[in-house]
Design a binder for this molecule. Sequence first.
Ligand code: URA
Length: 236
Amino acid sequence: MSAKRARLDRFISQHCQIPRKQVRLILAKGRVSVDGQVVRDADCQIDQFSQVMLDGQALRQEQPIYLMLHKPVGVVSATKDDEHKTVMDLLPDYQDKGLHIVGRLDLNTSGLLLLTNDSRWSKRIMSPEHKVAKQYLVTLKAPLTQAYVKAFAEGFYFAFENITTQPAQLEILEPHLARVTLHEGRYHQIKRMFGRFRNQVMALHRLSVGNLILDETLAVGQYRPLTPQEVASIFG
Ligand code: URA
């Protein structure tokens, strides 16, 4: 999902119903600011979250939304599905707000799921070069050994994508329970990694994404908006 970008003069012209020629005069007089800075350049690119002011009056733009949801098992990480309940069904107050999911979880995975309408923010989290850490609690059918720790750190070759997975950290918390930290998000990645040991994942739960930790006061299926500090923590 891409940010809705627009030229500043076109946006003001459409918003205020004045011709673009007149908008350029208004800009030249320094009557317009974008995110607190006076802008005279008609070509300036803005997006749906830029705060545009004309003579000190805000021209309405979309409000960014950032949510954390405690995803239950059995709910699909999608906005529409013919068979299963979707995470959007859990957010009745946020229908038609243009939300998208930041890093899907499988149907039978629970835990932290982020949703936003701000594609710049979600791209920052998802882009491979930023290697944002995601932590999972994994319950396994067979007991763990130190061989897992080594193999996860070395990476696994995935023939389908023709890649070797980035070094991942595996901590053995109990014989059948591990905390795994990934810095990427391949399809069914954790299940495929344990699959190499023919060890079945019995339960998978995401604890955190970057500095964002699932709020333990959120019951399964509940959500809350992120605080401004949490939103900014992705860039920190
Ligand atoms: N790895 C998986 O296999 N499933 C998820 O939902 C997340 C990571």
